[in-house]
Design a binder for this molecule. Structure first.
Ligand SMILES: [Ca+2]
Length: 319
């Protein structure tokens, strides 16, 4: 039984991958390809698309964000940390995307939004986005073997009222800084993004920084995402246009064994999806909507389904 259930779990993963192409919400957009990490801030530090889960540091918490909830940093010592991963190393191309909102902008204060590296000059960075203390501009960029390649706003950034979307792309030749879907700054470099062993930090830089605690941010960061390729102009604009709908999240189906039955649960509203079953892993034929001989355990997306001796597979599928 245990082996069969484990196999079913694997099968479910495969099936859900196939069905993930469908959108959960009509107004969200399909995530661009190359998405290797996505921290949504939905009251947890989980990576939506991989295993690079984060850790909330020094009481960092959550608050209403741009797309659902967001990470909230108090500007004292809060941040969110994601351990280094091979997925973030030696990348020939990269993009990173964050919605951010400052709650306060103290004078002469560095405010780190997302960083990988110590951000203390050459040979200390992978990529970064922060508000500079000296000129109050938003500054971003990547570091390669060729050196630092920075991009920035042309003027001081002083807004503490609204969320803004920052996207930085690097295609192996050009770094582009998109603010709210519009390219505002470009730079040129070559080579892979520098590799280090530092964590990705949201709301902080690695090391003490100027304020002694990593130049922590006072504000919110939402839907932080890293891609292993350069997003296009159209993709950057589409992410901004999606606004509070964000990128689509497919529901995940969980399965647990019960005596003579299985319990199927899903935690996200799966509007438009059908709960289907099959006796073999055949795509797309063979799948049928689960007959109504199951018991609804609760209105929170949980049912039990009696099983006989035969193996059954289950999936949430949007026709
Ligand atoms: Ca969110």
């Amino acid at each position: 039984m245990r082996t069969r259930i484990q196999f079913k779990l694997l099968a479910l993963c495969l099936c859900l991958f196939a069905s993930n192409l469908a959108a959960l919400r009509a107004d969200c957009i399909t995530a661009p390809s190359g998405l290797i990490a996505w921290w949504r801030g939905e009251n947890n530090a989980l990576d939506q698309v991989g295993a690079n889960h984060g850790v909330m540091i020094n009481g960092a918490t959550f608050a209403p964000g741009k797309v659902g909830a967001a990470f909230l940093f108090d500007g004292v010592n809060d941040s969110m940390s994601i351990a280094n991963s091979p997925a973030f190393s030696n990348l020939p191309q990269i993009s990173f995307s964050v919605w951010f909102k400052f709650n306060a902008l103290p004078t002469n204060k560095w405010e780190m939004i997302i960083t990988k590296g110590r951000v203390t000059g050459p040979n200390s960075n992978c990529f970064w986005l922060f508000r500079a203390a000296d000129d109050d501009r938003l500054q971003a960029g990547v570091e390669t073997a060729a050196g630092l390649s920075g991009v920035s706003t042309s003027q001081a950034f002083n807004d503490t009222n609204s969320f803004h979307l920052a996207i930085v792309t690097y295609d192996g030749a050009q770094v582009i800084f998109y603010l709210d879907g519009t390219p505002i700054s470009t730079n040129f470099t070559t080579g892979n993004v520098r590799t280090d062993f530092d964590p990705i930090l949201i709301g902080q830089r690695n090391g003490p920084g100027v304020d002694g605690v990593g130049d922590v941010m006072n504000g919110l960061v939402d839907e932080a995402a890293v891609f292993n390729r350069a997003l296009t102009f159209q993709e950057a604009q589409a992410l901004f246009d999606a606004g509070s709908a964000g990128m689509c999240v497919a529901p995940t189906l969980n399965i647990a064994p019960l005596p003579g039955a299985v319990r199927l649960t899903w935690t996200t509203n799966a509007t438009g999806y059908l709960l289907e079953t099959n006796s073999v892993l055949t795509l797309p034929a063979g799948w049928g909507v689960l007959a109504s001989n199951y018991s609804i355990l609760s209105t929170n997306f949980a049912v039990t389904n009696a099983i006989g001796g035969a193996t059954r597979f289950y999936r949430l599928h949007k026709p």
